[in-house]
Design a binder for this molecule. Structure first.
Ligand SMILES: Nc1ncnc2c1ncn2[C@@H]1O[C@H](COP(=O)(O)OP(=O)(O)OP(=O)(O)O)[C@@H](O)[C@H]1O
Ligand SMILES: [Mg+2]
Length: 377
């Protein structure tokens, strides 16, 4: 699929912009802070339901405005889909697909986008929550049902935690824990769903990560990614996860009451990433970390391409080339050779490998400049 037209009104630092794009590679160039990331972020919003930089949508509306609009025409097999997201400060957002009311989940199902961004480095180096989100985003695309399970799990967890806190403050005598049973059952059912979806997603990603890592790093450092659940269970027993989760949740109930929070479950899981049997976090060099990050995103591209009904995902490279040495730049550009559409942002045009610089769009202060006004880029 490809993005044929993108219109923004009162989005971030854009008052009004309307840009027509083509298949192949487009490079958005401009100095820092001009609005390059804002532009591609708008497409990511439609596909992912949130910005890649911040969870709340309020900051996406231009300051001083109450409503912002992102409008995109996506073409898939010569069929055009008009996607529209109206962001409102004080009323609920409005989403439309080709004129019909829709939900963020409908957009997510219809659109396929893979975004590479400098922030990706924290998938390897940051907290487990970032790795969980990384896998859950792909899971949610592969298995749309799981988006609901994730939201329900969050809600159930909050309710269970507030019940734990109230049991703690009411003292031992008043501890009628029968209502806790209800939340435990729900948590186990939803958590087991999420666990299974994460496992399935990792299994699909794994072979592609190995292959892509080899081609980007030019060496086989045997990258591994595996789920490390907070529930104590060996990989060979993963099929018994629901039982193990239920048993351990009940065995740790008193501890949970004392702490006022739930110590076990998918919200405490991690995804272990390793190179040559050493954890990538803490051991991998800067270059190796980037190779792993790129391999993870390229694997996502492979999986979405193969498993999705929507053809080629649109690939976004936000400021990525600036992070890479010449060799990796070249290899990344080769890896994306046959993708239907690649959207690149760069502050320095020369950072983008020459074969990728097909169409050039100059961004300056929330506006698109005619090409002849490009200076010092
Ligand atoms: N809600 C908003 N209203 C108005 N301006 C905003 C809003 N949100 C962000 N901005 C402005 O947008 C600009 C940042 O745009 P963006 O992140 O797209 O820059 P960029 O061109 O990608 O820069 P860099 O090369 O540094 O990555 C900043 O000047 C910021 O103040
Ligand atoms: Mg940027």
């Amino acid at each position: 699929m490809f993005l044929q037209r993108l219109g923004l009104r009162d989005y971030r630092n854009y008052r009004e912009v309307d840009v027509t794009l083509e298949r192949g590679v487009t490079v958005f160039v401009g100095r820092n802070g001009q609005g390059k990331t804002n532009l591609v972020e708008a497409l990511y919003l439609l596909a992912a339901g949130r910005s890649h930089r911040i969870n709340s949508t309020a900051s996406l509306i231009r300051k001083d405005a109450d409503t912002g609009v992102v409008r995109a025409t996506i073409v898939e097999h010569d069929r055009a889909l008009l996607c529209e997201w109206e962001l409102n400060r004080s009323t609920p957002d409005r989403i439309q697909m080709s004129g019909n009311p829709g939900k963020a989940a409908d957009l997510a199902r219809a659109l396929s986008v893979v975004m590479f961004a400098p922030e990706d480095i924290s998938v390897v180096r940051g907290d487990p929550a970032l790795r969980r989100t990384h896998v859950d985003d792909i899971s949610g695309w592969l298995f749309p049902r799981i988006r609901g399970s994730l939201a329900d799990y969050e809600r159930t967890l909050k309710q269970r935690n507030s019940l734990l806190k109230s049991l703690r403050s009411h003292g031992r005598a008043a501890r009628d824990t029968s209502t806790l049973d209800v939340w435990d059952d729900k948590l186990v059912a939803l958590g087991s769903d999420i666990f299974a979806a994460r496992l399935a997603t990792l299994a699909l990603l794994k072979p592609h990560v190995s292959e892509r890592y080899r081609s980007i790093a030019g060496a086989d450092h045997q990258p591994q990614l595996s789920l490390t659940p907070s529930v104590d269970i060996a990989p060979e027993n993963f099929a018994d996860y629901p039982t193990a989760f239920a048993e351990q949740l009940s065995a740790t109930r008193l501890l949970d009451i004392e702490r006022g929070q739930t110590g076990l479950g998918p919200h405490r899981d991690d995804v272990a990433l390793s190179l040559n049997d050493l954890p990538a976090k803490g051991f991998a060099s800067h270059g190796e970390t980037w190779s792993l990050v790129l391999a993870l995103r390229l694997a996502e591209l492979d999986v979405k391409r193969r498993e999705g009904p929507t053809g080629d995902p649109i690939v976004i490279l936000d400021d990525v080339f600036a992070e890479l040495d010449a060799g990796r730049r070249e290899l990344l550009s080769q890896s994306l050779d046959d993708v239907e559409q690649v959207l690149i942002t760069a502050a320095v045009h020369d950072d983008v490998p020459a074969p990728m610089s097909a169409h050039l769009i100059i961004i300056s202060d929330g506006a698109i400049m005619p090409p002849n006004e490009s200076t010092n880029l």
